[in-house]
Design a protein around this ligand. Structure first.
Ligand SMILES: Cc1cc2nc3c(=O)[nH]c(=O)nc-3n(C[C@H](O)[C@H](O)[C@H](O)COP(=O)(O)O)c2cc1C
Length: 164
């Protein structure tokens, strides 16, 4: 009797496209479904004010209301979550996701995109996933601007390795 295939999902939030590029690369590599999450009220990605508004959301531990999810993460066995790093940790929309979805019993993997300081992003995410099996983590330094092809290759290799 053959066992049922692993259902794979890549969930991500991205304000400026870096995390989106890595998420789409991974999903294609392993034939996973993809779920972009977005807050109902997005901050502007233009200018310096994004650091102020985004950073203060993190500091105040805001969990913004998300647009309805178009897929149910609980239908999947292996779930990859990707986030930009904001104020040395995961972004507020991912905070909402981790609070609203119970990932207990799931196989998980985490990735981030950042500007050089990943901080405690994975440590903090893992603290919200005590009953999940976190298989691995990987981070990328501004993949849209820095060594894009190399980042794409690392994302492909990592995702393929995870799903073997
Ligand atoms: C509000 C805000 C806070 C940020 N804080 C950090 C940080 O603490 N460390 C870091 O390395 N990069 C930080 N960055 C840079 C982003 O993590 C980086 O540009 C990332 O690639 C953006 O991903 P995205 O394009 O998917 O939104 C911050 C960016 C924003 C908008």
């Amino acid at each position: 009797m053959s066992s049922s295939p692993t259902k794979k999902l890549v969930i991500y939030y991205s304000l400026e496209g870096n995390t989106k590029l890595m998420a789409e690369t991974m999903a294609k590599a392993i034939d996973a479904d993809i779920l972009a999450i977005a807050p109902q009220k997005e901050i502007s990605s233009k200018g310096f004010s994004k650091y102020f508004w985004g950073g203060s959301q993190v500091m105040m531990k805001r969990k913004p209301t998300l647009m309805p999810l178009s897929l149910n993460p609980l239908d999947y066995d292996l779930i990859i979550i990707g986030t930009p790093v904001w104020a040395w940790t995961y972004s507020p929309p991912i905070a909402t996701l981790l609070e609203e979805v119970d990932f207990s019993g799931k196989q998980m993997a985490l990735f981030s995109c950042h500007g050089g300081q990943n901080g405690k992003t994975f440590l903090h995410m893992k603290a919200h996933l005590p009953d999940s099996q976190v298989l691995d983590t990987i981070d990328f330094f501004e993949p849209l601007k820095n060594h894009t092809e190399e980042c794409i290759q690392r994302a492909l290799d990592w995702a393929r390795h995870l799903s073997q």
